[in-house]
Design a protein around this ligand. Structure first.
Ligand code: F6P
Length: 490
């Protein structure tokens, strides 16, 4: 059990977001996304001050009432922590979130540009950077410095690609602070970073190198990062030891794959809302059910997934009427045009498969657009084949969550470019996410796999995830901190 320690956790999306219910009363809802879910476990065991953006109108009201300071909040399990919501100018936040973090850095780090036609960098990105990404990072850094003034012994844990500049600003003002940063998405290879202007890419690398520790989910992203630190800002890197030297500083660069809380999913299996959704799925399900659960993000490769499934149907008419695909898709980042267009393309592709193959008695694809977590867990229980075929993905927690609750020895078809592949790939059917024939063949092999092999593969993934759970990940972060501050973790 780790010692109780003081942590300043910094992420764009917070653990809760505020709204109003029908009666007009203020309600706190769980913040969405894998990162926030994963970090929630920290709160019960440590003195956490969580610094996050005020995202909803009600968040901004809450921030104003607290005069921008941290206030006491209670987690779903009763643990208390302090929350500090940073309210940004809306135009600055738009440049930060839509133009740079998600519209540019996300695309770069997931190789989503073909380069022949994208990106087109111009005034929008320049202003998004100087009037959005920079000032929002400065506002986060100001809040952290303020909290460090009150709690000088606290360790700072930055998260993700929204906050690449903040560590350097904090470092300039607090040279001795213990700063860590966890990057939850892939790290692109150094040549691809040249798709960004030199000042953007250098500021990003130098911002990260102001930390004492930088963490990634896989060896692959860690190696890419060390390589691009060397190539782009001339850092001296020891790849084996995982150290980058830049100026007079040394940064430890580590790999700690994130995971899930299996107890939470064991409890969800029997949850009323999940059981109700499961009854609905079970009533309608075909003999063989393929499931996918994703945000509608171009990196998730949903369109190619439908094409591969169609190809499998083309090659295997004997499966017509027996198999169905249930795609549960959460609409994501719809204020960014490419995301809105991608969702439309996903809907068109699903309709095209149905148009081509459906009969009066059989619909090959069932598409549900919405954010329905109980339904996702119900589908996790019911799948025979889980399709997780991202173009590239930092980790992909669906690949870990679904097997833990699955009741049918379901087979996972997994992209070799998902971070999870480094850990559980051997027990999945690995696929090249760009190769439709490869994915079609893997779907067919998974659908026709003998029971004994299904069971063996499923049990192996289940056991691995239960052993390498979220608590182990959190513990690893704390051990990294302990190396620097000398306070024993155990
Ligand atoms: O993968 C990175 C990540 O931050 C996840 O933790 C999370 O699920 C997702 O992106 C959320 O994105 P957003 O905050 O834009 O909805």
């Amino acid at each position: 059990v780790a010692a109780r320690r003081k942590l300043i956790v910094v992420s764009n999306r917070g653990p809760v977001t505020y709204g109003r219910d029908e009666s007009g009363a203020r309600v706190a809802r769980r913040g969405g996304g894998g990162l926030v879910t994963a970090l929630r476990g920290l709160v019960g065991h440590h003195d956490v001050i969580w610094v996050a953006s005020a995202m909803s109108d009600e968040d901004r009201r809450v921030a104003a009432e607290a005069a921008g300071e941290a206030f006491e909040e209670t987690a779903h399990d009763g643990a208390s922590y302090r929350l500090r919501l940073v309210a940004h100018d809306p135009a600055a936040y738009d440049g930060f979130y839509n133009v740079i973090a998600n519209g540019t850095i996300w695309f770069l780090q997931h190789y989503l540009w073909g380069l022949a036609d994208a990106p087109d960098l111009g005034e929008t990105q320049r202003r998004g950077w100087t009037e959005g990404y920079e000032p929002v990072n400065r506002a986060f850094a100001d809040a952290v410095v303020d909290e460090l003034g009150r709690h000088p012994d606290a360790s700072v844990c930055f998260h993700d690609y929204h906050l690449f500049l903040a560590p350097r600003i904090v470092r300039e003002r607090r040279p001795d602070a213990l700063l860590t940063h966890f990057v939850h998405i892939p790290w692109a290879q150094s040549d691809y970073w040249h798709a960004l202007p030199a000042d953007f890419r250098c500021a990003i690398h130098e911002g990260l190198l102001a930390n004492d520790v930088v963490g990634f989910h896989t060896e692959r992203w860690r190696r890419n990062f060390l390589d691009s630190c060397e190539a782009l800002v001339g850092a001296g890197c020891d790849f084996r030891a995982g150290v980058a030297r830049h100026g007079r500083r040394e940064t430890r660069v580590v790999t700690h794959p994130i995971s899930i809380d299996p107890d939470e999913f064991d409890a969800l299996r029997e949850n009323e809302a999940v059981l109700a959704e499961e009854r609905a799925i079970a009533e309608d399900r075909p003999e063989l059910l393929v499931v996918r659960v994703d945000r509608t993000d171009p990196s998730k490769n949903i369109v190619r997934g439908f094409r591969a499934y169609a190809l499998m149907l083309e090659h295997h008419p004997e499966l017509h009427g027996r198999v169905g695909m249930l795609a549960l898709l959460d609409p994501s980042r719809q204020s960014i045009p490419v995301y809105a267009e991608y969702l439309a393309a996903v809907e068109r592709e699903a309709a095209a498969v149905n148009e081509r193959f459906a009969t009066e008695a059989w619909r090959p694809v069932e598409l549900q657009i919405g954010d329905n977590f109980p339904q996702a867990v119900a589908a996790y229980k019911q799948f025979d084949v889980l399709l997780v075929n991202p173009i590239i993905d930092g980790m992909n927690l669906v690949a870990k969550e679904a097997p833990v609750v699955n009741a049918r020895d379901g087979v996972v078809v997994l992209s070799e470019n998902a971070g999870a592949y480094e850990e559980i790939g051997a027990w999945t059917l690995g696929v090249n996410p760009f190769d439709l024939e490869d994915q079609a063949a893997a779907l067919h092999r998974a659908l026709t796999m003998p029971d004994e092999e299904r069971r063996r593969r499923h049990e192996a993934i289940d056991a691995f995830v239960r052993e390498h759970d979220i608590e182990a990940w959190i513990e690893n972060q704390l051990v990294e901190i302990e190396r620097f501050d000398g306070i024993p973790t155990v």
